[in-house]
Structures are given as C-alpha cells and as structure tokens.
Design a protein around this ligand. Structure first.
Ligand code: MG
Length: 195
C-alpha cells in the first residue's frame, strides 16, 4: 500500500501486491476508497475489460505505445459506453496483463501515465495488472479473487451478472486465449470478444 495521487478532481491510489520474496506481482490503480466499500458484495456487478487492443491501442500501425500519450480509443463509442455502464451501476474494472511494465521503471511509468491519461474522464474505476510472475496473470482466476479480496472483503460479487470484454479469445490470429479463459473461469455471465 503506497502512494496517493491527486489528478484533477479525481483522486486515485496506487497499491502493490508483493509476494513473500518481496517481488512486486500486481499493481492496482483505483479511485475507490473505503467509503466505496459495499455492504452487500453479492449485489455488485462488474463491467470488466482488458485494456490493450480492447479499450485502447497505440496510434498508427504500431503494436506497442512509444510514450504515455501514444494511445487512442479502439472505438469512438468506448468512453460513452464506460460512462453509461457506470451510471447503470456496474463497477468498472480493468484486468490487464502487463508483463512489459514489470521489465523496467521506464515501462512501468509509461503504463501508469497512459492509464491515468485515458481514464481521467471516468469518475470511478479500478485497474489490476500483473507485472511479474505467472500466478496472477490471466487466465488465472487469482486476479479476480484479489479484486474481491481488496474491494469486497473476499466475498464473491455477482459474477453471473458481470460482463467481461477482451480480445484474446483463441481465434486463428489471436496471440492467446487468456481473456476468454479468464472470463470463463470467473463465471462471468456475459463474455464479449473484440476483433
Ligand atoms: Mg488485449
């Protein structure tokens, strides 16, 4: 549990999940505070998303962003859709494997700044990103369980009423099937695949 950052009117916090060897495994960015803690987690529905090539992509034809401003929405409707889901009562949570961010401070801060940039319009959100090791990487359900542990006292949220949207679905040209398997393992009631 570390730094608190104030960004315009949105205050958000950074947490780190560290393994017994002192290695940082997951970074968590969130606008949620203790006051957001729900007494009845079973009624909480989550609209969960992958980040890269699901919500945002680098500008142009690049596969990876060159700096923290190098991003654009994958579709123009995405910010409105996120805002609408929030108004409908969903918690907006991003589950995004970010092995590259764990490789060097430069990559780490690029990811952090880029996340700040594209989520600054949204009032309430949480990002959980495994940055090293394999334990918490999608498709492991541990990442979702960590979210439930940190924000809902370890109780299950309404997984069947939750949505997951990702792009790694095990299709012919996909690099992995981790998004689809993750959503299936969690038991999300609605799973959407992009591209
Ligand atoms: Mg992706």
């Amino acid at each position: 549990m570390s730094e608190r950052v104030s960004l315009r009117s949105v205050e958000w916090s950074t947490f780190q999940h560290v393994n017994p060897r002192g290695q940082q495994e997951v970074v968590i960015y969130t606008t949620n505070t203790n006051s957001d803690y729900k007494k009845c987690p079973q009624s909480v529905k989550v609209a969960a998303f992958d980040i890269d090539w699901c919500l945002v992509r680098p500008k142009g034809m690049k596969k990876y962003p060159k700096d923290s401003l190098d991003w654009e929405w994958l579709f123009p409707c995405i910010p409105d859709t996120l805002s609408r889901l929030r108004l409908e009562g969903y918690e907006i949570v991003m589950f995004s494997n970010q092995k590259l961010a764990g490789r060097s401070p430069k990559h780490f801060f690029l990811f952090q700044k880029r996340t700040k940039n594209f989520l600054r319009f949204l009032e309430s959100w949480t990002v959980l990103s495994p940055v090293s090791g394999v334990l918490y990487r999608k498709p492991s359900i541990r990442l979702w369980e960590l979210y439930e542990r940190l924000f809902h006292g370890g109780h299950h949220v309404d997984r069947v009423g939750s949505i997951f949207v990702g792009d790694a679905a095990g299709r012919k040209d996909d690099f992995a099937c981790s998004d689809r398997q993750f959503a299936y393992n969690v038991g999300c009631g609605r799973i959407s695949v992009l591209f």
